[in-house]
Ligand binder design. Structure first.
Ligand code: AMP
Ligand code: ZN
Length: 473
């Protein structure tokens, strides 16, 4: 298995530290608004990664957090609390908002056929562990307190701070990347723990050694949850591109400061964005669609999954309704072909040596692409080759598709054979006339006849063999 590692900016051979278990962590959602299809891109590609590792033979422990505590609206440590802001928008308390949108996140991912992680951990439930880490960092001399503001991490104490993003620390200035916080010793320093401001009256606060009413900074929860469930060193950590310069950079700083600079993560895997009209789809820009928007237009979530698989996870992908329509057509074609394979399954004689070798060749090509940094577009091309191929039996195609689906996750095993349709005599007559028209290459009449058949509630499918088949619409 080969994976692109953001740390080295190279594709490397992936080998876990402990050969019997891959330790994988990903940053979960901040549950202050609806999960949108941009998130679904990221989490679906995580799912493909986990499925691929498992298919390769690894046991994977997959941990994901849920950011249900209100961290601040900017990547820096200033601005309004997202959860409190959303509570004002939607009504209810910050706690209720977090629960509502966490439920929506799981609902959306389940519809996308994503496997649940081995551990899903809420930030609010790991507060004591987070507090412990901050105390340890304080004991080790990595922190300082800004009165009435918070406990800050002193990045100058860590010689390789910023290695992931290859940040030019000397040249960093407050402004573009970092907002100004009075009292910070260096622009890159960040909050580990924050204090409630006088008169603020926040819904989510905890007692800490530094302040009666305080709350964790954003980055500490990921260090805490990943280390609590996976130990000091992770094999793979994933997240969106946007997390490289601040969030992941700070996770590394915290964790490596605690463990005495043992490399926290061996492989950093970062996902590119789903765009809409050329801009990142995001909650803050309010330019997003949810899974329910797709369902309302009668698109199948698996058609959307097929669309996602058609782009490499490190490439940008622009969402358009035209592409979605195209993916739906492809999905229906795939379902239809599978139903066809199910119908003829068992009718062909035992596969020949040549057919067995052909299957092996498809398998080799497909997994060769997937195991090379998850080249899903190329793997899909192999899948379509197989679907249309004439060198293997339908039964072989069906079984191999199910094997491919162990990593694609399209739920192909749930597709059932269609009930045989009773074709009324008048429809059969139209079909016979259409067959004659097609043989004469009279496409205009064939088309008119198709429309007549469709009006009567039947869909005509032209098989590759030249035969016609009908389905109830
Ligand atoms: P958030 O809830 O905003 O923290 O986002 C959760 C995850 O989804 C992060 O890893 C983000 O990088 C990722 N994400 C957010 N928006 C998009 C998008 N438009 N396309 C792909 N990934 C996204
Ligand atoms: Zn994180």
């Amino acid at each position: 298995m080969k994976l692109y590692n953001t740390l080295s900016r190279q594709i490397e051979e992936f080998v876990p530290l402990d050969p019997s278990l891959v330790k994988l962590y990903t940053c979960g959602p901040t549950v202050y608004d609806y999960t949108h299809i941009g998130h679904l891109r990221k989490y679906t590609m995580d799912d493909v990664l986990v499925r691929t590792l498992r298919h390769t033979g690894y046991e994977v422990k997959f941990v994901r957090n849920v950011t249900d505590v209100g961290h601040l609206a900017s990547d820096a440590d200033t601005g309004e609390d997202k959860m409190e802001k959303s509570a004002k928008k939607y009504g209810g308390t910050a706690w209720e908002i977090a629960q509502k949108f966490e439920d929506y996140f799981h609902y959306s991912l389940d519809l996308m056929n994503n496997l649940r992680p081995n551990v899903t951990a809420r930030a609010t439930e790991s507060v004591p562990y987070q507090l412990d880490l901050v105390k340890k960092l304080e004991e080790k001399g990595y922190t300082y307190v800004i009165p009435e503001d918070g406990v800050y991490f002193d990045t100058s104490k860590l010689p390789n701070y910023g290695k992931l993003a290859r940040l030019n620390i000397e040249g960093l200035e407050e402004g573009a990347r970092i907002e100004k916080v009075v009292g910070k010793r260096h622009p890159a320093d960040f909050a580990l723990w924050k204090f409630e401001r006088p008169g603020e009256n926040r819904a989510m606060v905890w007692e800490s050694p530094w302040h009666q009413r305080s709350f964790p900074g954003w980055h500490i929860e990921c260090s805490a949850i990943s280390m609590e469930h996976l130990g000091d060193q992770l094999d793979i950590h994933t997240g969106g591109f946007d997390h490289i310069p601040v969030h992941h950079t700070n996770e590394i700083a915290q964790s490596e400061a605690i463990t005495g600079r043992k490399p926290f993560v061996r492989f950093w895997v970062h996902h590119n964005f789903l765009l809409v009209d050329g801009q990142k789809m995001s909650k803050s820009l309010n330019n997003f669609y949810t899974i329910d928007d797709l369902l309302k237009k009668e698109y199948d979530p698996m058609a959307f999954r097929l669309l996602l698989l058609s782009a490499h996870y490190r490439s940008e992908m622009n969402f358009t309704w035209e592409n979605m329509e195209g993916a739906q057509v492809s999905w229906e074609k795939l379902v239809d072909r599978i139903q066809g394979f199910l119908e003829t399954k068992g009718q062909a004689p035992e596969p020949t040596e040549a057919q067995l070798a052909a299957v092996e060749n498809y398998r080799h090509r497909f997994f060769g692409q997937i195991e090379h940094d998850l080249k899903t577009p190329e793997a899909l091309a192999v899948m379509w080759d197989l679907v249309g191929g004439s060198n293997v039996t339908d039964e072989q195609k069906y079984h191999l598709l199910l094997e491919f689906d162990e990593v694609l996750g399209l739920g192909l095993a749930k597709i059932h054979e269609v009930e045989p349709v009773e074709v009324p005599t008048e429809i059969q007559q139209l079909l016979d006339q259409r067959q004659v028209a097609r043989e004469k290459q009279d496409w205009q009449s064939a088309d008119t006849l198709r429309q007549q058949i469709e009006k009567a509630g039947f869909q005509v499918i032209d098989e590759a063999s030249g035969e016609q088949r009908v389905k109830k619409q």
